[in-house]
Design a protein around this ligand. Structure first.
Ligand SMILES: [Zn+2]
Length: 152
C-alpha cells in the first residue's frame, strides 16, 4: 500500500506541487508568499513587507492604496479545502488547537484592519496553482475601484 501511494505522488510531482509539499512541511515556509510577491512585481506593483505596525503584520502592504494582502498556507491557517482538512498523524489534538487559534487570530486581525479602513485580501496557497486566475484577482483587488474587505 505504501509503494502505491509513493509512486502515485511521484508521478504527479511538478515544480508547483513540490513547493506545495514543502509548504505543508514547514510552518514558516514562505514559498507561496514569494510567488505572490514575484507576481506583483512582474505586474508592476510596488509594496511594503510585513508591516509590524499593523495587526497581524500583513505579508504585503500597499500603503497608498490602503490595501493589504495576507498569503496563507492552507494547513496552518485552517483553510476550508482538502489541504486545510489534512489531519496530522502526530499530536493531532495539539495541531487542531493551534490551527483553531490561528484562524481566530486571522479573523480578529482582519476585523481590526477592516475597521481601520484597510481592504484585506487573503490569498490561499491552494489558489496559486492557477496563476492566470490569481493575476486577475490581484489586479482586480488592487484597482482603484475595488475596495472590498475580507474577501475569501
Ligand atoms: Zn486551501
Amino acid at each position: 500500500m505504501k509503494t502505491t501511494r509513493a509512486s502515485a505522488s511521484r508521478a504527479k510531482t511538478s515544480p508547483l506541487t513540490r513547493s506545495q509539499t514543502m509548504a505543508r512541511v514547514k510552518a514558516r515556509n514562505s514559498k507561496p508568499e514569494l510567488l505572490v510577491r514575484r507576481m506583483l512585481t512582474d505586474m508592476g506593483y510596488r509594496y511594503r513587507l510585513h508591516r509590524a505596525d499593523l495587526p497581524g503584520k500583513p505579508d504585503i502592504a500597499f500603503i497608498g492604496r490602503r490595501k493589504l494582502i495576507f498569503v496563507h498556507g492552507c494547513f496552518w491557517h485552517g483553510h476550508d479545502c482538502r489541504r486545510g482538512a489534512r489531519e496530522p498523524k502526530a499530536n493531532a489534538a495539539y495541531w487542531r488547537r493551534k490551527i483553531a487559534a490561528n484562524r481566530e487570530r486571522d479573523q480578529r486581525n482582519c476585523d481590526a484592519l477592516g475597521a481601520a479602513g484597510w481592504a484585506v485580501l487573503t490569498v490561499w496557497e491552494c489558489a496559486l496553482g492557477d496563476r492566470a486566475a490569481m493575476e486577475i484577482r490581484l489586479k482586480d483587488f488592487l484597482s482603484d475601484a475595488a475596495s472590498v474587505a475580507g474577501r475569501e
